[in-house]
Design a protein around this ligand. Structure first.
Ligand code: A2P
Length: 340
């Protein structure tokens, strides 16, 4: 008989939690009982996990001794309180928030890049899942890094509203409708209208003028790649797209890499799909390729005309899947295959 694991999904009613539940079923993760946990507001409502209908329970009163794995995606403040409690009860936590990511004794893992770090979970019983924008970037860059090294990354992101959560998805829909009807636009989740607009601002502003989302890409790239010498310079923007983040990467490699060689390296690389035809539509977009799919799609591969070792890439992925829920479940798959 296959060994099964009892799993708690924390934030089960949220945008990421829903996808976690769907993927547990879709990927045939060896689950025994699945517990759907959220705030008291949601207690008694139901969510789906494949064929199963689960009644939502209150996180605050849940006994984590009943579980072996906890998938957390209910915000950093919630993880700060409940992830250590769950870990102390013997439940290994895979945390999708930023709360523990920068602690030295917490592994930060993208399975295509640094699966070996998963084994360090024992220190605190918590594994951190990186930021969505970092995950898709390092999946695309790892084969290039291994082949020729990377000195510097300039990156601009075009991030969908689902990364903010369900309220933001609703805000984009309501504002879009209002604009088209000629009604006044109300902005609640974001400080300015997101419909038909672009906001160069994700997460809080820091003292150095970057936003926290931007500095997450710096810190996390260095930690996941295990190389603090890679210099990363991000600008992160929110765009009126529902699902799927896009990124323009401009990298400087240590040794010259041609576009042809880069395309060959990326073709068949783990988790990557290359779509790079130099014709209209011969590139991936959030809506047409990534939304609802697992891969990190790469296109527009070309040599930088302004730098002898520069290379440009366009990278697109579903932020709720590879950027969040899928990466967490891949970590769980490695964990059970190797350690449990
Ligand atoms: P709830 O629906 O009960 O508020 P999103 O990122 O889509 O906004 O979802 C956030 C998730 O985090 C939801 O599942 C939400 O549950 C959950 N959550 C928010 N606050 C709490 C809390 N205090 N305790 C438990 N879960 C929470």
């Amino acid at each position: 008989m296959t060994k099964t694991f009892d799993v708690a999904v924390v934030g089960a009613t949220g945008a990421v939690g829903e996808v976690m539940l769907a993927l547990l079923a879709e990927r045939r993760f060896p689950v025994g009982t699945v517990y759907a946990l959220a705030s008291q507001r949601s207690v008694g409502t139901t969510v789906r996990c494949g064929d199963r209908t689960l009644t939502v329970q209150d996180l605050a009163t849940f006994d984590f001794r009943k579980t072996q794995i906890g998938l957390f995606s209910a915000g950093g403040d919630i993880s700060a309180i409940y992830a250590p409690k769950a870990a102390a009860a013997g439940c290994i936590v895979i945390d999708n928030t930023a709360h523990f990511r920068y602690d030295d004794d917490i592994p930060l893992v993208v399975p295509e890049v640094n699966p070996g770090d998963i084994g360090r979970y024992q220190a605190r019983g918590i594994i951190a899942n990186p930021n969505c924008s970092t995950i898709q970037m390092v999946v695309a860059l790892k084969p290039i890094y291994d082949a020729v090294g990377i000195e510097r990354i300039n990156v601009c992101t075009y991030q969908s509203v689902s990364g903010t959560g369900k309220e933001a998805i609703e805000e984009l829909a309501l504002q879009s409708r209002a604009v088209l009807a000629g009604d006044p636009v109300v902005a609640k989740v974001y400080p300015k209208p997101i419909a038909f607009n672009v906001l160069p601002h994700i997460d809080v502003f820091l003292e150095n003028g970057y936003t926290k989302e931007e500095m997450k890409m710096v810190w996390e790239t260095n930690k996941i790649m295990g190389d603090p010498s890679i210099r990363v310079n991000p600008t992160t923007a929110r765009v009126p797209v529902m699902y799927g983040h896009s990124e323009a990467l401009h990298i400087e490699t240590r040794e010259k890499l041609t576009a042809v060689a880069a395309r060959a390296l990326l073709t068949g690389a783990p988790g990557v799909v290359v779509l790079d035809e130099r014709k209209p539509g011969g590139y991936p977009t959030a809506v047409t390729e990534s939304a609802g799919h697992d891969a990190v799609f790469v296109g527009r591969i070309r040599e930088d005309v302004s730098h002898p070792r520069g290379l440009d890439l366009w990278v697109v992925s579903d932020n709720l899947r590879k950027g969040a829920a899928l990466n967490s479940i891949q970590i769980a798959e490695h964990l059970v295959a190797t350690f449990l």
